[in-house]
Ligand binder design. Structure first.
Ligand code: 26W
Length: 844
């Protein structure tokens, strides 16, 4: 039997999973695989020819990627349209997720996996002489985010589509995402990241969807239609926000949601008068000033840039998004906006879109003529706000002067919101002057600044933290005053990750093993993985997991050799710390322990050492010098350790450049150890910790963020915890115990490490290069690195002991994978849907 002239066994051979392939064929579903492969093959060729003007004989890999992506995009169009029709027909409540960042990663494998088309696409391309694995890498990895917050938004979008929650993601279509990180002699350099240079096959430009965005100018009181004086804003400059839509494909989902990213366009692209006068700069000035708004993502992670352009970016996408959802509401539910909060749940992803609270009040009152109290009722019941950090420097505040200059009408509205808020606090909550000052939206202390966290809090019916500890700390610290005058709004929603990307596609080998052991049920219901724990001592399973992990470690070793020219042994323990570089995440503690291990190995080369590869990856914000110095130290230590024959390759240190979603997908399945060692109380949740534990890595960590809940789920025996607790850290800080000299004096190992670091052992060409790091440890160790050093080293030694007993290691690894089901972002989204948004999580 043959198909399209291809012998059937060859068609079947092309598919990795013949069984389900056949299975699906037998279910008689319209789309039998044979037809599917044929159709896909035709459509790819058609795209290549008619969309790209290409020819199969000399098409490049990039062309095949674009042709495949366009083919898949066509496939989702019908479902996309039918999703919108179904939502309109059911007058369903929609979720609007406002985020300055969406770290989506590559989309081809996600779309294929979620549509169940991977095998057919692989077969269709193979028949055209193209390897699907080869073209995955042709897709740009859109770095439209800094780290955790942006990636969480992407996981949430995928889970909402999978759970049939009608949702729009609203953000900014940065032309340049987070910078490309390159290293030169261990120093980080930032290069522009222009992910759009080759075009983006997934997005649809929607010129029909353009909104005016104003800035500056003045507010005048003018008689309204009813003769009553009304406040009217006359912006000094206006520009357009143009929509670009990308489909969000859920798993096996009928529901296709929309990621709508706004791009800034000048209202007047060219000022001809100036141009004709030959003043080309003036002719383009407006355009440049306008379009720079969606030019580049601010690389600050956890540090408030406080730049005017950042405020303009935040208002730009908040206003475009609100204008768009009001237009849709009026289209679907009629001109009466009083039902808005019943039909729209608007989630603020941190304070970055918080100006939306004032903007919705402006649109409802000034533009749509609603009474203030009615508008406030709607606004405060439509909005909800997620806080992702307690770091003071990350809590955004804008000077009243800048707000008045850029958004004069909004500053008036913020004053009005504050007046009613303070009145409520004084009258209903008997607030003292001190408390009033603490809860005021205006910080009168530091030169009159608008507290965006307070605006988001007061304008929301629910505020959530992202892990149990973080939410508790929110209540006890930063938001304690607000929680007193507006009690009962703070709830916890512990983060989650999508298992489709971070297990099924990142680790198909482990996934196949899970399906084999537990059935396909685990694909749809992660909690069903619990059953695997019953096999924790199954030595055959141990061997198969070992083999799986080894395959991935060899692949990663290959990547490391290609990128760094360093040979690492896949048999060694791959000890991984991958995340943004920040002092509170304590990459420095890891490096200090690495130096101590190196020194111990040199002192006792014949000791029974566990071979280790310390794998680092992560970007530092461009202006964050201390973080950049930590990256450089890792490189300098690597240079010494990796070339020291005394340690006989027992220890290798590598720092992979340009950490992003794709690199994470290559590292996570190859990790044996997951470093989650932040200063307790400072990592709001973490999500890398979940990805690594789900893939069977053992976590070494502090009782911080979601590490605590990971321990609760996987079991205290299956995780290695060390260090000061959040309360102990807070107590030491309150007592001013940030001087590290005592801890150093009490720890000979640490003293030896600090000595080496401070004397240029790792920087002979500049012995005092690490003075700033040493001084911080000696005199201002606010991140408790010296305080936790010995405990951390002891915890690492515990890992060595476990590693020496493979049965124990794999038992723990299995228990981690088995019990990570709860950390699916599907669970998180179900909680948001039920507790905050009031929307169902089942097909309409
Ligand atoms: C204003 C500059 C700026 C930019 C980004 C300040 C703060 C941020 C983000 C909130 C930083 C961030 O990504 N926070 C991380 O969010 C994750 C998702 O909830 C958590 O898992 C991490 O613990 C938290 O650090």
């Amino acid at each position: 039997m043959e198909y399209l002239g291809i012998p059937m066994e060859r068609v079947l051979a092309m598919v990795t999973d013949a069984d389900s392939f056949v299975e699906r064929a037998q279910d008689g579903s319209a789309h039998s695989p044979y037809v599917e492969v044929g159709e896909l093959r035709q459509q790819i060729l058609a795209k290549l020819t008619y969309e790209l003007g290409g020819d199969p004989n000399w098409a490049r890999k990039r062309d095949w990627f674009v042709a495949a992506a366009l083919t898949v995009r066509d496939r989702v169009m019908d479902q996309w349209r039918s999703s919108k029709a179904r939502i309109a027909e059911h007058k369903a409540k929609q979720v609007y997720y406002l985020s300055a960042e969406f770290l989506t990663g590559r989309l081809l494998s996600e779309a294929l996996g979620n549509l169940g088309l991977t095998d057919s696409m692989r077969a269709a391309l193979a028949d055209l002489g193209v390897d699907l694995e080869q073209i995955y890498g042709q897709e740009a990895d859109p770095a439209l985010g800094n780290g955790g917050l942006g990636r969480l938004a992407a996981c949430f979008m995928e889970s909402m589509a999978t759970l049939s929650v009608p949702a729009f993601g609203y953000g900014i279509r940065y032309e340049n995402g987070l910078f490309k990180q390159v290293f030169e002699d261990g120093r980080q350099f930032e290069l522009p990241e222009d992910w759009l240079s080759q075009g983006n096959p997934w997005e649809f430009k929607r010129p029909d969807l353009s909104y005016e965005i104003g800035f500056g100018g003045e507010v005048r009181s003018e008689p309204g239609a009813d003769g009553q004086p009304r406040l009217v804003w006359h912006p000094a400059e206006t520009l357009h926000a143009i929509a670009y839509d990308t489909p969000v494909v859920g798993w096996r989902g009928e529901q296709i949601n929309t990621l709508r990213l706004w791009s800034a366009r000048a209202a007047e692209p060219l000022r001809l008068a100036e141009f004709n006068r030959g003043d080309h700069f003036a002719a383009h000035a407006d355009r440049i000033r306008a379009e720079v708004i969606s030019r580049v993502l601010y690389p600050g992670d956890e540090t408030d840039a406080g730049r005017e352009l950042r405020l303009r970016q935040e208002y730009f996408f908040a206003s475009a998004s609100l204008q768009d959802l009001l237009r849709r509401h009026r289209l679907l539910h009629g001109k009466d906006l009083s039902t808005l909060a019943d039909k729209a749940a608007i989630q603020l992803n941190d304070t970055h879109p918080a100006i939306a609270v004032a903007e919705l009040m402006r649109l409802l009152t000034d533009v749509h003529g609603m009474e203030w109290q009615e508008a406030w009722r709607i606004t405060s019941s439509a909005f909800s706000y997620t806080n992702h950090t307690l770091l003071p420097e990350a809590l955004e505040t804008w000077s009243v002067a800048m707000m008045e200059q850029q958004l004069p009408r909004h500053m008036q509205i913020i004053y009005q919101i504050n007046a009613q808020h303070l009145e409520h606090a004084r009258r209903d909550m008997d607030a003292s002057d001190a408390l009033l000052a603490d809860v005021s939206l205006i910080d009168e202390q530091h030169g009159r600044r608008v507290r965006m966290g307070h605006l988001a809090f007061v304008g929301s019916h629910k505020i959530n933290g992202v892990s149990a500890l973080h939410t508790e700390l929110m209540r006890k610290t930063v938001f304690a005053p607000l929680d007193r005058v507006c009690p009962g709004r703070i709830v916890n929603k512990t983060n989650g990750i999508t298992f489709r990307r971070w297990l099924h596609r990142a680790n198909p080998g482990l996934t196949r093993l899970l399906v084999e052991m537990l059935g396909e049920v685990v694909l749809g219901n992660p909690e069903a993985m619990q059953e695997l724990a019953a096999h924790a001592d199954d030595s055959v399973l141990h061997e198969r997991l070992f083999a799986q992990r080894r395959v991935r470690k060899q692949a990663l070793a290959g990547l490391i050799a290609d990128q760094l020219g360093v040979a690492v042994d896949p048999a060694a323990m791959f000890d991984v710390q991958i995340k943004r570089v920040h002092e509170y995440k304590r990459q420095l503690l890891n490096i200090l322990q690495t130096i101590a291990l190196y020194q111990a190995m040199r002192d006792n080369p014949l000791g029974n050492w566990v071979p280790r590869v310390k794998i680092f990856a992560g970007k530092a914000a461009a202006s964050y010098q201390q973080a950049k110095l930590i990256i450089r130290l890792a490189h300098d230590v690597a240079k010494v350790v990796n070339n020291d024959p005394a340690v006989r390759g027992l220890l290798k240190v590598v720092y992979l450049a340009n950490y992003n979603v794709s690199l994470a997908e290559a590292i996570v399945p190859a990790a044996d150890v997951s470093e989650q060692i932040s200063t307790a109380g400072m990592e709001a949740s973490g999500t890398g910790n979940m990805k690594l534990a789900l893939n069977g890595a053992l976590t070494i960590g502090t009782l911080d963020g979601a590490n605590i809940e990971i321990r609760e789920h996987v079991g205290a025996d299956n995780i290695v915890i060390f260090g000061l607790t959040a309360d102990e850290v807070a107590a030491r800080k309150r007592a001013g115990l940030v001087d590290g000299r005592g801890n150093i004096a009490a720890s000979p190992a640490l003293a030896q490490v600090i000595e080496a670091m401070g004397s240029g052992v790792f920087s002979p060409d500049q012995p005092d290069r690490y003075r700033p790091l040493v001084d911080a440890l000696l005199y201002h160790d606010v991140f408790m690195v010296t305080a936790d050093f010995d405990a951390y080293c002891a915890a690492q030694a515990r890992l060595d002991q476990i590693w020496a007993k493979p049965a124990a290691w794999w038992r723990m690894s299995i228990c981690n994978t088995a019990r990570m089901g709860w950390f699916s972002s599907d669970r998180t989204i179900r909680e948001y849907a039920e507790d905050i948004w009031g929307v169902p999580t089942r097909p309409l």
